[in-house]
Design a protein around this ligand. Structure first.
Ligand SMILES: [Fe+2]
Ligand SMILES: [Fe+2]
Length: 141
């Protein structure tokens, strides 16, 4: 059980980090909205997307391989886990879409804004729901 407690700590820590990165990209978006430089926004988006494709992707894998099986083993409702897995797919799709938008030369402010906002909102809600699940898992250790 010690091992899983450590993994839960790590996942919680990663959630804190994700929320910080969300604040950061939102700040960049705000500057961009207020007439900020396109190049700066592209750079901020690159950094954020890379983070999503590396750190967050590995984090997602850990949840699916460690946290969700543990939740199933304590009979946590499958419906809840399904919902969370659905979020993972949605987040993956949004990252892919933003990646495509990022590579276009003629991207519009609206496209970038709605893309980033959609992803950030889903991600924030997702982290909140998962923090609840981590709490439940911890109580059952
Ligand atoms: Fe997740
Ligand atoms: Fe997570």
């Amino acid at each position: 059980m010690k091992e899983i407690a450590k993994r839960i700590d790590g996942m919680e820590k990663c959630h804190g980090d994700i929320l910080e990165k969300i604040d950061k990209i939102e700040n960049s978006l705000e500057k961009f909205r207020n007439g900020g430089n396109l190049q700066d926004m592209k750079l901020a988006l690159d950094v954020f997307l890379l983070y999503m494709k590396t750190t967050v992707s590995a984090h997602k894998k850990e949840e699916e391989e460690v946290l969700f099986p543990f939740l199933r083993s304590i009979d946590h409702p499958e419906k809840v886990i399904d919902g969370i897995l659905g979020d993972h797919e949605e987040i993956h799709r949004s990252v892919g879409m933003l990646d495509i938008i990022r590579k276009m030369d003629n991207w519009t402010r609206d496209e970038v804004e709605s893309g980033v906002r959609g992803l950030v909102e889903t991600l924030r809600e997702h982290v909140k729901s998962e923090d609840e699940l981590l709490k439940i898992a911890r109580e059952k250790l």
